[in-house]
Design a protein around this ligand. Structure first.
Ligand SMILES: [Zn+2]
Ligand SMILES: [Zn+2]
Length: 329
């Protein structure tokens, strides 16, 4: 086993199981260190041990890899990942419309996110970092987003498109938290509620209907905002008139997101059923904050398939050309 490949795969699998970001990062750092190291140093146990950026665990992984076996740490992670259910629908998904980089609250560069999406076989990935009001997530000002567009534009090619985008906060009055002219320039706009989830249901309904009726909105992100498990604890989702909100989504051609993160599982099954009845489109997204989390799509696909969402109503089964025609509608 190549030590770098082992370290990279461990980082990927740790991200996928959403363990601490520092843990995954230690393996990414070690992988970079190994890349810049000469063979002599790499193969000398004492020199290796005394290399900055190599800790006890990463040292052991590298040594076991050099000895020719699969490092124990990697074997354990692989075993845990092996239990994840798969679906026929997953093979129809061509891309992902919701992901974050270290420009907001993701853990890695745009470049690593794009490389990981290519490695997964995606035809496209939309980079959708947060908007200014979400300060805790280092949301992008109009200036920073404009700057980001130049970086994004340079990362397409060889059958892969990195799409420009944003996860824009839905403000209390249903407005979108970014300059409208700038939103017009983006390939994909995901609009999500991140604040005042406990708002009165009638006001919340008005707020959501206004946001999905905005012609700039393409995807209605994690509709309820609920958390059902995980390190951030649990919380109930927002209460709103789902039939009214999803009717507005259908009327305006906005896709209802099936957010694949296991701690979200959003929207709940009963809401997916209402959105299906309303005639909505859907988008199965990872909401990845690290490269390994792009593969969380597996979970969303299992849920969408079980809920009986027809693949042709899922925009992420469409070709990139059809997708962009839709977002430009
Ligand atoms: Zn969000
Ligand atoms: Zn997000």
């Amino acid at each position: 086993v190549d030590p770098r490949e082992a370290l990279d795969e461990i980082a990927w699998l740790l991200e996928r199981e959403r363990s601490s970001r520092y843990k995954a990062k230690a393996f990414r750092v070690a992988s970079d260190v190994v890349a810049g190291m000469d063979e002599t140093r790499l193969r000398d146990p004492v020199l290796l041990k005394n290399t900055r950026g190599i800790g006890d665990t990463t040292y052991r992984v590298i040594r076991e890899a050099l000895e020719g076996g699969v490092p124990t740490y990697l074997a354990d992670l692989r075993e845990r990942a092996g239990g994840i259910r798969q679906s026929g629908l997953r093979t129809k998904l061509r891309g992902d419309l919701h992901s974050h980089s270290d420009w907001s609250d993701g853990t890695t560069s745009i470049d690593s996110m794009a490389a990981a999406a290519r490695a997964l076989g995606h035809e496209y990935l939309a980079l959708t970092d947060h908007s200014p009001r979400l300060r805790v997530a280092n949301g992008l000002s109009a200036e920073r987003l404009t700057e980001q567009l130049e970086v994004v534009a340079g990362l397409s090619g060889d059958g892969f498109r990195l799409l420009s985008g944003i996860e824009v906060d839905i403000l209390d009055d249903g407005g979108l938290d970014q300059d409208e002219a700038l939103l017009d320039r983006l390939d994909v706009v995901v609009a999500s509620v991140h604040s005042k989830l406990k708002m009165d249901p009638r006001e919340m309904t008005r707020r959501m209907v206004a946001a999905v009726s905005n012609p700039r909105t393409d995807v209605f992100g994690h509709p309820t905002g609920r958390l059902v498990e995980g390190s951030r604890g649990t919380r109930p989702g927002a209460s709103f008139d789902a039939a009214a909100v999803f009717a507005a989504c259908a009327e305006h051609g906005v896709a209802v997101e099936v957010n694949s993160r296991p701690e979200r599982q959003d929207p709940p099954d009963e809401l997916i059923a209402i959105a299906l009845d309303a005639g909505c489109l859907f988008s199965i997204d990872s909401d990845a904050h690290a490269p390994g989390q792009l593969s969380l799509l597996d979970h969303g696909a299992v849920r969408a398939e079980a809920a009986g969402i027809p693949p042709e109503r899922i925009v992420t089964t469409w070709t990139v050309d059809r997708l962009l025609e839709w977002t430009a509608r």
